[in-house]
Design a protein. Structure first.
Length: 130
C-alpha cells in the first residue's frame, strides 16, 4: 500500500503543476483577447501568483495536507483572480472613458466583494448538492 500511495502522490503533484500551467495559459490567452497589452497581462499574472502563494501558504500554516481535492484549489484561484482582474480593469477603463480621470473613492471593491460573495454561494451550493 505505501508504494501505491507514493505513486498516487507523485501523479497528483505532477497533475497539480500541469493544471496550474494550463489554467494560467488559458487565462493569459483570454486576457490577451480582451486587452491586447502585455503590461496588463503581466500585472494580472503577478496578482495570480501572489494569490496562489498566499492560499497555499495559509493551507500549510493551518496544517492542511495537499490531497486530490485541495490540489484543484490553485487552478480555481487562477480562474477566480483572473475573472476579478478582468472585471476591475474593464470598470477602470469604463470610468476613464466616461470621466477622463479616475481619482478618489471608487466603488469597484464593493462590486468585487459582491462578485466574491456570489462565487462563495455557488461553491456552497455545489458542496451541498442543491
Amino acid at each position: 500500500m505505501p508504494y501505491i500511495r507514493t505513486i498516487t502522490m507523485q501523479k497528483i503533484k505532477h497533475e497539480l503543476f500541469l493544471f496550474v500551467i494550463i489554467s494560467i495559459a488559458v487565462a493569459t490567452f483570454i486576457m490577451f483577447l480582451f486587452f491586447r497589452s502585455i503590461r496588463v497581462i503581466l500585472s494580472s499574472l503577478l496578482i495570480v501568483g501572489i494569490s496562489i502563494i498566499w492560499v497555499m501558504g495559509t493551507m500549510v500554516l493551518f496544517g492542511y495536507k495537499i490531497t486530490i481535492l485541495t490540489g484543484v484549489i490553485p487552478s480555481l484561484i487562477v480562474i477566480i483572480v483572473i475573472e476579478n482582474c478582468i472585471y476591475i480593469l474593464n470598470k477602470y477603463h469604463w470610468e476613464f472613458r466616461s470621466h477622463g480621470i479616475v481619482a478618489g473613492y471608487s466603488p469597484h471593491w464593493v462590486c468585487v466583494a459582491h462578485d466574491q460573495r456570489r462565487n462563495c454561494i455557488g461553491f456552497c451550493r455545489i458542496y451541498s448538492g442543491t
